[in-house]
Design a protein around this ligand. Structure first.
Ligand SMILES: [Fe+2]
Length: 187
């Protein structure tokens, strides 16, 4: 169950429309390293996660990613608000590449595979935000993107702790190859 709080996690107040930048940023809405895939991934991985601490971790981060989805949607909306059809066409926003696909969910049902996926996903999201910062010179946009980038770093660290906790719980502390001892007890 979710309770909705009617405010953004971090305020978005963009003064200058910029459909070219919006066309880049919209990839973080539902694209391959985007917030929609991240939230659905973590919220879905919970069902096969055997340990309550790690279920809690996935719930916390998956919920926060939904909040990030809202922020990305707001950024794109403010960057394209009140533009004329001509302005949208001239900027190329009318034909932006739509890369949104459910394939980005990536849920395997194995805790080691899933948590390792999550670590990579956070790094990929962080790199995408790095790239947006390289392309954008709007301080209003960059302020929000920097906040989102920082959160990806925090999530990466928390998933790292989660992976260590999973390995400890599986009583395989020297499990440097990240195998799942419930399947490979003799490895
Ligand atoms: Fe994240």
């Amino acid at each position: 169950m979710f309770v909705y709080e009617k405010k953004l996690q971090y305020p978005v107040k963009i003064k200058t429309p910029n459909p070219k930048l919006a066309a880049i940023i919209i990839s973080q809405y539902g694209g391959p390293d985007g917030e929609l895939g991240a939230s659905l991934r973590y919220l879905s991985q919970r069902y096969s996660m055997p340990y309550p601490e790690l279920k809690g971790l996935l719930t916390d981060i998956g919920t926060e990613e939904l909040g990030h989805l809202e922020m990305i949607g707001t950024i794109v909306h403010q960057l394209t608000k009140n533009l004329t059809e001509d302005q949208i066409k001239t900027a190329g926003f009318d034909s932006y590449f739509v890369d949104h696909t459910a394939a980005s969910m990536q849920v395997k049902g194995d805790l080691i595979a899933d948590l390792t996926e999550d670590l990579a996903a956070e790094q990929k999201a962080r790199v995408t935000y790095d790239n947006i910062l390289r392309l954008s010179d709007d301080p209003d946009v960059n302020d929000v993107i920097k906040f989102l980038r920082e959160r990806e770093i925090v999530h990466f660290q928390r998933f790292g702790e989660g992976l260590q906790l999973a390995k400890d719980k599986m009583n395989a502390k020297n499990n440097i190859y990240f195998y799942n001892p419930s399947f490979d007890p003799s490895v």
